[in-house]
Ligand binder design. Structure first.
Ligand SMILES: Cc1cc2nc3c(=O)[nH]c(=O)nc-3n(C[C@H](O)[C@H](O)[C@H](O)COP(=O)(O)O)c2cc1C
Length: 55
């Protein structure tokens, strides 16, 4: 699961570069607070956040 998250994150980085956007990986967050803010199914846990934005 963690390996797959890393693979997906690498693809997001590559897409960000090709779209002239910026991103970083973030893992330092409270998963329960993230679940309050986003429509994440109860049985799923967020393990990585990648904000995307213009440079
Ligand atoms: C596994 C992992 C988890 C990370 N978690 C965070 C995080 O929670 N918050 C954060 O500010 N940076 C985190 N970083 C670092 C950012 O991805 C990024 O490298 C850092 O913000 C510096 O970005 P900059 O060089 O564009 O300033 C993490 C990096 C890795 C590899």
């Amino acid at each position: 699961m963690y390996l797959e998250a890393g693979h997906a994150a690498q693809n997001v980085y590559l897409q960000a570069v090709s779209l002239n956007l910026a991103t970083v990986v973030m893992a330092g967050f409270n998963p329960e607070e993230v679940k309050k803010a986003l429509p994440i199914p109860e049985q799923e846990q967020p393990i990585y956040i990648m904000p995307l934005g213009k440079k």
